[in-house]
Design a protein around this ligand. Structure first.
Ligand code: NAI
Length: 344
């Protein structure tokens, strides 16, 4: 096995993966389409496919991949909410890159907040037209304000450090609190009530789906800012748009959107966007949308390429798969992952 195929690739993926492929001895074929049940047939003849955040790796896709001989899906990302593990278990191993640069995402979250708060996006456009007016550009000091962080894992913790550097108070919510971090944990409700800015750094699961909705938005102080660099469906976007129109929410910065698969990573500048909620959000002066780019730094792209190819090498050599995603197979008597470092 030395040939791998990639789905949903862009020029920057190729640059970074090409620079590592000789070191690992793999031949790579890059496909532009996203992986889904219609395109899975393209994987015929490959034992390994490399996929990304907006691929649809449902049961149907997995069945086709398996029939075509695929035995490993290597995700070149950290999140894995787009994979049906139950369908993959026992047939296709699924590995990921658990961390490649939490700094990239945390720094992007702060960049978005600073842009929104100090209206940099508006000032940039104004001065290019020689409009040097300051009307409407007033922000507030972050120093002394309260940041609410939901999810205190790798990215959340780095984001908290950045916020503390700005002199912010930090409240946190996580069902698995970090004991060593000296963080002030509160309930989601209290975090919503007390924070001036709320930043989401938790995974998308059935428990976190639409965590930000009309009820939680109503708990927030009038004028609260929301940052989402995690997964779009953590927020009910329709409720968010409504709360922004009602001026309950002071602004939102979104690197992810719940229906992003159709739009993000593509140049649609000549097209009519038929998603009224996305169009509505983008049209607001106090909403900034970036196209799932928080990860996009040189360091992250290097790490993604190297760790993805190492995951594939481990599989090819029959070694343990430390980055295999644990499908809770509910085998209570023994755990293959613990014993053999492979889920099956
Ligand atoms: P992590 O696994 O280190 O941390 C996630 C934290 O969320 C953990 O502490 C976990 O206990 C907590 N959590 C689990 N369930 C929760 C719940 N119901 N409510 C609140 N917290 C909960 O993950 P990491 O690396 O910090 O990444 C966080 C998220 O960032 C990922 O799940 C992914 O969706 C997103 N991400 C986005 C990127 C982008 O380019 N925009 C790039 C990389 C990750």
């Amino acid at each position: 096995m030395s040939k791998i195929c990639f789905f949903d690739t862009k020029p920057y993926d190729r640059t970074y993966f090409d620079s590592y492929k000789e070191q690992f001895g793999f031949e790579i074929d890059y496909f532009e389409p996203k992986l889904n049940a219609d395109t899975a047939i393209m994987a015929r003849g490959y034992e390994v496919v490399v996929a990304f955040v907006n691929d649809t790796i449902d049961a149907k896709t997995i069945d086709i991949l398996y029939e075509e001989g695929v035995r490993l899906i290597a995700m070149r990302c950290a999140g894995y909410n787009n994979i049906d593990f139950k369908a993959a278990y026992g047939k296709i191993h699924v590995v990921r890159v658990p961390a490649y640069s939490p700094y990239a995402v945390a720094e992007h979250a702060m960049a978005l907040l600073l842009t929104l708060n100090r209206k940099i996006h508006r000032a940039y456009n104004r001065t290019r037209e020689h409009n040097f007016s300051l009307n409407g550009l007033t922000g507030f000091d972050l120093h002394g304000k309260t940041m609410g962080v939901i999810g205190t894992g790798k990215i959340g913790r780095i984001f908290i450090d950045i916020c503390k550097g700005f002199g912010m108070e930090v409240l946190a919510y996580d069902p698995y609190p970090a004991k060593d971090a000296g963080l002030h944990y509160v309930s989601v409700e209290e975090l919503c009530r007390r924070s001036d800015v709320i930043s989401l750094h938790c995974p998308l699961t059935k428990d976190t789906w639409h965590l930000i909705n009309k009820d939680t938005l109503q708990l927030m102080k009038k004028g609260t800012y929301i940052i989402n660099t995690s997964r779009g469906a953590l927020i009910n976007s329709e409720d968010l748009l409504h709360a922004i129109k009602e001026e309950q929410i002071g602004g939102a910065v979104l690197d992810v959107y719940e229906e992003e698969t159709e739009f993000f990573y593509e140049d649609l500048s000549g097209e009519i966007i038929k998603d009224d909620i996305l169009s509505g959000l983008i049209s607001m002066p106090n909403v900034i949308v970036t196209s799932h780019q928080a990860f996009l730094t040189k360091e992250a792209l290097n790490n993604i390429a190297e760790i993805t190819l190492q995951n594939i090498k481990d599989y090819a050599e029959g070694a343990g798969l430390p980055n295999e995603i644990c499908y809770r197979c509910t085998k209570l008597d023994h755990c293959d992952k613990n014993e053999k470092n492979r889920c099956f």
